[in-house]
Design a binder for this molecule. Structure first.
Ligand code: GAL
Length: 343
């Protein structure tokens, strides 16, 4: 914990010392003053803003946020969780944050549409005295690292996520561990198509970079045949892969997709082109959506990487509850990725 957090949490404790010792559990924080008390029960209002509902992975994530809050309810503590769809539009999401503030949310969980708007969002939410848990889309610090000032300098702001470098590395390692190390045509190099997520997003940047780095670190020569942006979207993944296969044909040995939704699209294109995963092409994704884990096991996908929606959503909710309880928090919380290959 940095000094500011320590100081702020000491202040919170000092403030709490003034509270009545009969305060019910879960209601002892500055933030929780907004919680509504009715009889013995206290209801906390939780605002959750998702970058867009139309996203397979974030759908699992948000459903689990809601389900997990329910499991934490007791006779005396309830959570009124409102989840809104930013529709991939920062202006829309900004209005939703304003509305959460007007409604007096006790805590906000925010999956930014654009990480470049993190400062504006943090400023607004802090200005309203509401604690904030950022999820899934990490605003990077000036050195491209985990030192974002808005997170380090505010005691009630944190980021919960997974280190996308790890997922990229796992994708590359899965290929490097194949018997032919991804070199299907035996020409001494791995020729690949990269299908990227939203380029502003560190998940896309790191997965693109670290999947290839893992191959190079394993001493494998690589050749980028094509690299296109699919914005995490299945239909775009399909289009990109279909076009690349039409243009470059057998030259493409490996299709790296920054997520599983795009890999599902790429698979449709691979199938339509009469290619066979595992025989004349390899296909990689990230997320480990149920259908993709099934595909890995039946050989129609080479591998994927578990992006732990359950671990991340539970961590985000646990931290939100800590904030509601006035407890000190860390700046960053990390949940590991897991490599998924055929069982
Ligand atoms: C990534 C995930 C993608 C997409 C994206 C949204 O972590 O792998 O499928 O959901 O987040 O930011």
């Amino acid at each position: 914990m940095n000094f500011k957090k320590l100081l702020a949490s000491a202040l919170t404790v000092a403030m709490l010392a003034g509270c009545s010792s009969t305060t019910p559990a879960g209601s002892g924080s500055a933030a929780s003053e907004g919680g509504e008390a009715s009889g013995d029960a206290k209801t906390y209002n939780v605002g959750v803003a998702i970058y867009q509902f139309n996203d397979n992975f974030m759908t699992l994530y948000r459903n689990e946020i809601e389900a997990y809050f329910k499991t934490l309810e007791t006779d005396t503590v309830k959570y009124n969780v409102q989840i809104v769809d930013g529709k991939n539009d920062m202006a829309e999401q900004s209005n939703q944050i304003d509305s959460f503030i007007t409604q007096g949310m006790d805590v906000i969980i925010l999956n930014l549409v654009q990480t470049s708007s993190a400062d504006a969002a943090i400023e607004k939410v802090m200005g309203a005295g509401i604690p904030l848990v950022l999820i899934n889309r990490e605003p990077l610090g000036d050195n491209g690292d985990e030192s974002y000032a808005g997170i380090l300098d505010n005691a009630t702001v944190c980021y919960v996520g997974a280190d996308a470098r790890q997922s990229g590395t796992y994708q590359g390692e899965i290929v490097a561990e194949l018997p032919d190390k991804g070199d299907l045509n035996g020409d001494g190099k791995v020729s690949y198509l990269m299908i990227e997520g939203d380029p502003e997003n560190p998940d896309a940047q790191y997965r693109t970079q670290f999947s290839i780095k893992a191959l190079e670190d394993a001493g494998i020569t690589v050749e980028c045949i094509d690299d296109q942006i699919g914005n995490w979207d299945q239909t775009k993944g399909q289009e990109i892969c279909a076009n690349a296969l039409a243009q470059y044909g057998d030259k493409i040995e490996v299709v790296f997709c920054n997520n599983d939704a795009m890999a599902l699209g790429a698979f449709a294109a691979i199938d339509a082109a009469g290619r066979k995963v595992g025989e004349d092409i390899y296909l990689l994704g990230v997320d480990a959506l149920d259908e993709c884990v099934e595909m890995v096991n039946n050989g129609t996908m080479t591998g994927t990487v578990l992006n732990d929606a359950i671990g991340q959503s539970h961590t985000a909710v646990d931290v939100a509850v800590k904030l509601l309880n006035g407890e000190a928090i860390e700046n960053y919380y990390w949940v590991d990725y897991v490599k998924v290959t055929k069982e």
